[in-house]
Design a protein around this ligand. Structure first.
Ligand SMILES: Nc1ncnc2c1ncn2[C@@H]1O[C@H](COP(=O)(O)OP(=O)(O)OP(=O)(O)O)[C@@H](O)[C@H]1O
Length: 321
């Protein structure tokens, strides 16, 4: 059964159509919802939580109808909002216990669950300090903890990596992956960065201007390409020259070479070239497409097999990288 299904979901505001006839269904797992700023991601989350009534269309979450079962959906779904929503003068423990009590947990269970959840998100040591003194990364973790404290089946994480530096971003992405794999909680995570979701998601839904562009398993976006990545510890340029002389299409990319696969003999030519030059082979593998390439400008695009060309102007604001 899909954990989320929408049919013809439309949300019109006076000046803008935030969701436009959106029909999509996703199975349990870690699902990425990607779109530029203003694509309609937060609006979709609010509608799925039963907090906003759509103009038209239908949707269900965990098999529950958003029009009838909003309260039951919110009991089973955790929500980490994009906006800053934390009181500065209470500690993480006080806040997360309070949120657990709001979800109906008795006092002792609320304290235990809050402590467990704060430990899982890596905030155990600092949990008694007032939130006002926390870094952005720590505040994001408190928001994540309150979304998880009532042991939901599914969590909606709205732009959880917003404002984080690269290290903080990596840690948050690792944490989200663990929520899915170790705790078995399904995740819908939004981002305007395709690349970061590719690393942690099972399935990615891409929307633009409230319309569905793609909904696919990550492997379908990152299908094997027709080229090989070759890495040697030294002598990259000598190997490139030798392979080019043998008639292969070779180009350097960082420390690696990218070699187009002509046929089975390509592998033999690379193996023999490395041996003849006395080099040490660090890596030889078939390249996979990256999700970004699907939406790269046509001139740079190495189209995935069967993939339609990138829609022109898919991300006019350039928000998706
Ligand atoms: N309550 C509202 N009233 C009027 N317009 C709204 C309202 N909420 C959202 N919108 C508009 O709907 C569109 C989609 O907004 P939404 O917040 O869902 O996008 P988003 O993909 O989450 O973008 P962001 O990452 O910037 O939050 C935007 O043009 C926004 O200005």
């Amino acid at each position: 059964m899909p954990i989320i299904a929408t049919q013809g979901l439309t949300m019109r505001f006076p000046r803008v159509t935030a969701l436009d006839d959106l029909t999509v269904a996703v199975e349990p797992g870690i699902i990425g919802l990607v779109g530029a700023n203003g694509a309609g991601k937060s609006t979709l989350i609010r509608i799925l939580l039963g907090l906003q009534r759509p103009t038209s269309g239908r949707a269900s979450v965990l098999g529950l109808d958003i029009a009838r079962d909003g309260a039951r959906i919110r009991e089973r779904v955790g929500f980490m909002p994009e906006y800053e929503c934390l009181p500065p003068d209470v500690s993480a423990t006080e806040f997360v216990v309070h949120m657990a009590r709001m979800c109906g947990l008795p006092p002792t269970a609320a304290r235990e669950r809050a402590a467990d959840t704060l430990r899982h998100v890596g905030l155990y040591e600092e949990r008694y300090r007032p939130i006002g003194g926390y870094s952005t990364g720590m505040r994001q973790r408190v928001k994540l903890a309150q979304a998880l404290v009532h042991d939901p089946q599914l969590v909606f994480l709205d732009e959880p990596t917003n404002g984080l530096d690269p290290a903080g971003r990596d840690e948050m992405l690792g944490l989200i992956r663990r929520i899915g794999t170790e705790f078995g909680i399904s995740v819908l995570v939004t981002s305007h960065l395709l690349g970061e979701l590719e690393r942690i998601c099972d399935h990615v839904v891409i929307i633009d201007g409230g319309r569905l562009l793609r909904s696919q398993a990550v492997e379908a976006y990152t299908a094997a390409s027709g080229s090989l990545t070759v890495e040697v510890d030294e002598g990259r340029d000598r190997l490139a020259a030798l392979l080019a002389e043998a008639g292969l299409a070779v180009r350097a990319e960082g420390r690696q070479l990218v070699v187009d696969i002509a046929d089975e003999s390509t592998y033999d030519l690379i193996r023999d070239g490395v041996a003849d030059l006395g080099l040490r082979l660090v890596r030889l593998e078939q390249r996979r497409h990256r999700i970004e390439e699907v939406f790269a400008p046509a001139s740079h695009q190495a189209a995935a097999p069967g993939a339609p060309p990138a829609p022109p102007g898919a991300y006019p604001q350039g928000g998706v990288r």
